[in-house]
Design a protein around this ligand. Structure first.
Ligand code: SAM
Length: 198
């Protein structure tokens, strides 16, 4: 899915307020190395950078990454960006937190599961993962809809099952009515925050 046309506009397509779940991470950590996979325009990465985290993010949209850089620079914080397809990203170090919000369902399931395995491997001991993905458990689900929007949606509980060997800090699946673009439509979002305990 290419979001570049949306990101070319001056306004922030996804806004600049962080997800509530990202804000809640401050209850568990207050510093460290963060990787944001599918950083978009950077609302979540920016929030953590302002709180003193050392943040980097990847995305395949240069237009989104330009906005991340401008948002960071105009607020005197630093966010390292890398324009790359997620499937080509080489992990070179371990992170205290790896997050990916509303992104992994754009990859074929085989690839998103492979990325999640890598995300887990490259998280430091006692580090956290925060992941949100859309699931199939949505009122207007059809395979045609999935194909039309280039999605490979997760099954109910599928994300949670990938973290059976980690401590679950939070897991929820919630259906929301999205009126922010196009015709009003539903998303069911699985949200996971998990801690690596080895
Ligand atoms: C729905 S947006 C979410 C952005 C951000 N995480 C947020 O919550 O505001 C999904 C992002 O994933 C990026 N993306 C999707 N597939 C990608 C891929 N295969 N490689 C790199 N980035 C990808 C898109 O460019 C887009 O910025």
């Amino acid at each position: 899915m290419d979001f570049s046309e949306k990101y070319k506009k001056k306004e922030f397509h996804w806004g600049t307020e962080p997800n509530r779940a990202v804000v809640s991470l401050l209850e568990h950590m207050n510093s460290g190395e963060v990787l944001d996979i599918g950083i978009g325009e950077g609302k979540n990465a920016f929030f953590l950078a302002t709180k003193g985290f050392n943040v980097e993010g990847i995305d395949n949209s240069n237009e989104g990454l330009d906005k991340v850089k401008k948002l960071a620079e105009s607020n005197n914080v630093s966010i390292k960006t890398n324009c790359i397809n997620i499937r080509d990203f080489k992990f070179r170090k371990k992170y205290n937190l790896i997050m990916s919000t509303s992104t992994l369902h754009y990859l074929p399931k085989k690839e998103s599961c492979k990325i999640i395995r890598k995300i887990k491997k490259f998280t430091k001991n006692s580090g956290l993962n925060l992941i949100t993905v859309f699931t199939k458990d949505v009122p207007d689900y059809s395979p045609e809809m999935e194909k039309k929007f280039g999605l490979d949606l997760f099954e109910k509980e599928e994300l949670k099952n990938l973290y059976q060997d980690w401590e679950l800090v939070k897991y929820a699946e919630k259906t929301i009515l999205d009126k922010s673009h196009g015709d009003p439509h539903y998303h069911t979002i699985a949200l996971l925050i998990a801690k690596k305990v080895v």
